[in-house]
Design a protein around this ligand. Structure first.
Ligand SMILES: [Zn+2]
Length: 308
């Protein structure tokens, strides 16, 4: 099983923003994952954004950046509570105890039943996770928090949609947006119906910033087009569901879901929005089905109570 954390060059146009990538390629294809973490080197602080999959991953990253840590305070950021962004937190309970910054709802997500079940599953299947413990952030904020690094300003802000505690990070001097999981190539991932309007609002806010680069935690892209395509994708689902809402297909929520997936199959999503995408796992196919379910629930239950 490949266990890799490595520096990815050229993701940022500035040498102060480093991208570390973690590949997890276990025998069970459905558990395969690639996720990025970032290190931002400012005059005053070293800001490590996300802690990857396990404490050992953080040991590798901290070893790589050790020369930059002299005379500077280390700050850790969790972009949201999902496992692939927080499970390295434990490393910092034994090494320097830096502040861990996250949105106020992060602890709730981190200690949810679903999160604990995910940990039990991965620890039961792979040695990689044997030292993982759920370690919460130590500093939280609701809407925004600014880190004044001296040469760079790091503006953290709430960016809900993928998860309620999702944040993004904007560096105005570089016009760099770290979107984390708020945007994703080939498609974003929703977990609940209430995430639909939040995700659309978040993506529109991203576009209004007019970023030069957009870094996402998954998918290896740094193009602003990922935001436009994520928005186009959500609007296409919305239009297809709305067209079906007034027909027989909307007799029940399940019937509407089936009809929408028939009208907007995953193959069409890829061919129109991400023709170069190659991945033989079923992750994004299932993500599409879940996104459609969320949109159907949102429009069926919350938007059109009188049209049923
Ligand atoms: Zn993720």
């Amino acid at each position: 099983m490949a266990e890799e954390v490595y520096l990815v060059p050229n993701m940022s146009s500035d040498s102060r923003v480093l991208v570390f990538r973690r590949d997890f390629t276990p025998p069970v294809k459905e558990d395969t994952l690639q996720v990025d973490a970032y290190v931002i080197i400012t005059e005053r602080y070293i800001v490590l954004c996300d802690t990857l999959l396990c404490p050992e991953d953080m040991a590798i990253v901290l070893n790589e950046i050790a020369p930059t840590l002299t005379q500077r305070q280390l700050l850790v950021v969790n972009s949201h509570s999902d496992w692939d962004h927080t499970w390295g937190n434990r490393y910092f309970t034994e090494h320097g105890k830096p502040p861990i910054i996250a949105q106020a709802q992060c602890p709730q997500g981190l200690f949810s039943d679903a999160s604990r079940e995910t940990l039990t599953y991965f620890q039961g299947h792979y040695n990689t996770f044997k030292h993982v413990e759920l370690i919460p952030p130590t500093l939280t904020f609701e809407q925004s928090l600014t880190i004044y690094g001296g040469d760079l300003t790091l503006e953290l802000f709430s960016a809900p949609g993928h998860e309620p505690d999702q944040i993004a990070l904007w560096i105005p001097e570089l016009r760099h947006l770290l979107a984390f999981d708020a945007a994703e190539y080939p498609i974003p991932t929703l977990h609940e119906a209430t995430g639909v309007p939040s995700m659309i609002e978040t993506l529109e806010r991203f576009l209004a910033l007019n970023p030069a680069r957009v870094l996402c935690s998954h998918g290896g892209t740094n193009e602003i087009s990922v935001i436009e395509q994520n928005l186009a994708y959500l609007h296409t689902i919305e239009l297809r569901v709305q067209a079906l809402l007034t027909t027989q297909a909307a007799s029940t929520e399940e019937a509407l879901l089936t009809a929408t997936l028939h009208e907007y199959p995953f193959e069409e999503v890829l061919s129109t929005l991400a023709p170069l995408f190659q991945d033989d796992s079923s992750f994004y196919r299932e993500a599409h089905a879940k996104n459609v379910r969320c949109m159907v629930q949102w429009l069926f239950q919350f938007q059109a109570p009188n049209e049923k």
